[in-house]
Design a protein around this ligand. Structure first.
Ligand SMILES: Nc1ncnc2c1ncn2[C@@H]1O[C@H](COP(=O)(O)OP(=O)(O)O)[C@@H](O)[C@H]1O
Ligand SMILES: [Mg+2]
Length: 678
């Protein structure tokens, strides 16, 4: 969900960073040297220091959820070119967590840089190219050429939400030893933050203590990083365990057996609840998978349970209703991380498959245009979207034995909805933008902005959590789907509920993202540009849907009339077969306009039953038809009586006996009712 914040809420870091770095560059190098000289049984004790109040606060925790910490650790592994991250949360006890990656790891320089430059990331800087946190020729890329997610240098301290004591064990390929950093974080008081030195020097805030040591590795080839979080904070544990909820449910059960009440409150899918020591289950888990399922099947089943669960749950689309905190965390992580999709990448949707594909036009009052092509052409091919393979060889995240995927599947068919829509196939809209912002002064425009996007429309979007638009910057996201579409002001609620969209930002937007990565600075030019584009796209989509439903209505009417006419035809055929000479062909009745040319006479010569009606009568017949006025409203009986009245006046009935008259009356009635019989 996008939240509003003040425009200047994150500028402090960037404007102050350079001055800070110059002083501390040396400190990091000195620490790196000391680490290199460390003997086997020795350690170095250091303090974690920042000279910025903001970062002091950050190391104490600005993140709102346990999932934020794991998200940042996953992002760090990605930035370090890991192909696999294995997370252990110790669920449902949550006393200790571990995140293991097989990435590039850190050497003395990058580790000391991390410890000495909190809030001053080496990524995307020349220093990063030097110490190996960025690619040598392009600081925006990882050494393995992934686009870097990290930028600010505080993500690691998201762990503060979970613990005050954590450990980093890390090794770069080719090094003899693993480096170990044991870190204890401080909890700040307002007083501590207010303290300022009296000698005029910059204030320093001690945010923690660290003990550094080395351990000989089995093989120089080993590489990667393990972050272990010890003694998870009891408040965070209680959130993860949903202790308050379970205890209130258990208490209520103890008092009376009102199970309907219990049912309403307990999440449908949950990891269970143990006593405080984690020994005895007080509530058995309700998992969406079976224990023998593979890591991938587990996730697929989890996804399916959310999809069906959100279908049943009509009033509240919040995952927190259906899932416990633990499963909500897995869901969030699967949305956030740079993972493969559960199904194919949405931009790989083939043209001429079940989904109609359109291209968004980049101008105001634009119009989406259909993309045609063979089934082996994809939307991405057609529009020239950059769907690169992961340059570092793929990225997998395993959490407690569950393999994560982006939880997105776009059905090929229209889902049935209560309110039928005229559009008969799902729609996919794709677009890309290289904005002109890069041409202007970057200090005003924010610099270049590039993105690609898709919008998928169906009568129902399942799971409900995916309604809205999700923004991914360099493959990563910290926000959820924004179901208000960046504050779209038009009341198109029904149609907006039928859209799921993702925006893949290739350049820019970083600066519009707040430092916790969980909301945007909505006044940043990039955000403004993006939201305008999203709104223009939504207009193109809703216009197309409106046209389709208008066209659908008129097509439906035409086809109704055609089928009535052919039903009349069939009816007359069977009356003919019953009453007339079956060897003779049933004559067609042709009605023309009375004129000098006398077409009826001509037609009769050709064997038709033809009549001419006076122009005035024909004119009023046509007028009555287009006005929709008709004695049809009186019903078939009244019409048949009127027709018979005329026939009687002309003496037609005189030549028939009563039983023939009766069956003729009945046949006329039947013919008049073909429409209602359908
Ligand atoms: N899993 C990891 N593998 C290698 N290096 C890491 C890992 N986690 C953190 N680091 C190092 O720690 C630094 C600080 O991480 P973080 O606080 O998340 O900031 P940022 O990612 O913005 O640089 C990173 O720049 C990186 O050098
Ligand atoms: Mg990071």
């Amino acid at each position: 969900m996008v939240k509003r914040t003040q425009p200047h809420s994150q500028s402090a870091s960037q404007s102050e960073a350079p001055a800070v770095q110059e002083v501390e560059l040396d400190e990091a190098d000195i620490l790196a040297d000391r680490m290199r000289g460390l003997g086997a049984q020795e350690d170095i004790r250091e303090q974690l220091v920042v000279d910025n109040r903001v970062f002091a606060r950050i190391t104490d925790g600005i993140y709102r959820r346990p999932s934020s910490a794991l998200r940042e650790l996953i992002f760090n592994a990605y930035d370090a070119d890991a192909t696999e991250v294995i997370i252990n949360t110790d669920a449902p006890r949550f006393t200790r967590m571990e995140v293991v990656d097989n990435g590039n790891g850190m050497n003395e320089r990058s580790l000391s840089n991390l410890l000495k430059h909190i809030g001053g990331s080496s990524k995307r800087t020349n220093r990063g190219r030097e110490i190996g946190t960025a690619s040598g020729d392009d600081a925006d890329l990882s050494p393995g050429r992934r686009r870097l997610i990290g930028k600010i240098g505080i993500g690691l301290f998201a762990v503060a939400h979970l613990t005050t004591h954590f450990q980093i064990i890390t090794k770069a390929r080719g090094e003899k030893d693993w480096l170990v950093a044991d870190i204890w974080l401080k909890t700040f008081t307002e007083d501590l933050l207010r303290e300022a030195p009296t000698d005029g020097s910059k204030p320093k805030f001690i945010t923690g203590d660290v003990v550094l040591s080395r351990e000989t590795a089995n093989s120089q080839e080993d590489h990667g990083t393990t972050v272990t979080l010890f003694e998870i904070r009891s408040a965070t544990r209680d959130v993860l365990r949903r202790r308050e909820l379970w205890e209130s449910i258990l208490d209520r059960q103890a008092i009376d057996e009102d199970t309907s009440e219990k049912k309403r409150q307990a999440p449908d899918v949950h990891i269970g609840f143990t006593d405080n020591d984690g020994v005895i289950y007080r509530v058995m888990p309700n998992l969406p998978w079976a224990s023998e399922d593979s890591p991938e099947t587990r996730f697929r089943r989890f996804y399916a349970s959310v999809a069906t669960g959100s279908k049943a749950n009509t009033k509240n689309p919040d995952i927190d209703e259906f899932l416990d905190e633990y499963f909500a965390m897995i869901w969030r992580l699967s949305l956030a991380a740079p993972l493969p999709y559960l199904d194919r990448h949405p931009l790989k949707t083939p043209l001429n498959g079940g989904i109609e594909v359109y291209e968004i036009e980049n101008k105001s009052k634009g119009r989406a245009t259909p993309l045609e092509g063979s089934t082996d052409t994809t939307a991405a091919d057609k529009v020239g979207l950059s769907l690169e393979e992961d340059p570092a060889g793929g990225f997998g995240v395993l959490i407690d034995g569950v393999k994560l995927f982006r939880p997105v599947e776009l059905p090929q068919e229209i889902a049935k909805s209560q309110r039928p829509s005229r559009q008969s196939a799902p729609l996919l809209f794709v677009g890309k933008v290289e904005s002109s912002l890069g041409r202007y002064d970057a200090s005003r425009s924010g610099g270049p902005l590039e993105f690609e996007a898709y919008f998928y429309w169906n009568t129902v979007i399942v799971p409900k959590q995916n309604r809205g638009v999700l923004i991914r910057i360099n493959n990563a996201s910290g926000v959820l789907y924004d179901d208000r579409f960046l504050d779209y002001q038009v009341s198109e609620l029904n149609r907006l509920n039928q859209i799921t969209a993702e925006i893949f930002v290739k350049a820019g937007m970083d600066a519009a993202l707040n430092i916790d990565r969980e909301s945007f600075n909505v006044s940043h030019p990039h955000y403004q540009y993006l939201s305008n584009w999203v709104h223009s796209s939504l207009r193109q989509i809703t216009n197309l849907l409106k046209e389709a439903s208008k066209k659908g209505r008129s097509e439906a009417k035409t086809s109704r009339l055609t089928s009535t006419i052919s039903a009349i035809d069939e009816g007359l055929d069977s009356i003919w077969a019953k009453r007339a000479d079956p060897l003779e062909e049933r004559p067609e009745i042709v009605v023309g306009e009375k004129s000098a040319a006398q077409p009826a006479k001509q037609l009769r010569l050709e064997g038709a039953v033809a009549y001419d009606v006076s122009p005035a009568v024909l004119k009023s017949v046509n007028a009555a038809k287009s006005a929709g006025i008709s004695i049809a409203e009186l019903g078939p009986l009244e019409i048949a009586k009127a027709v018979f009245g005329v026939m009687a006046a002309y003496g037609v009935l005189d030549k028939m006996d009563y039983s023939d008259q009766e069956s003729m009356f009945e046949d006329i009635l039947k013919i008049l009712m073909v429409e209602t019989k359908q």
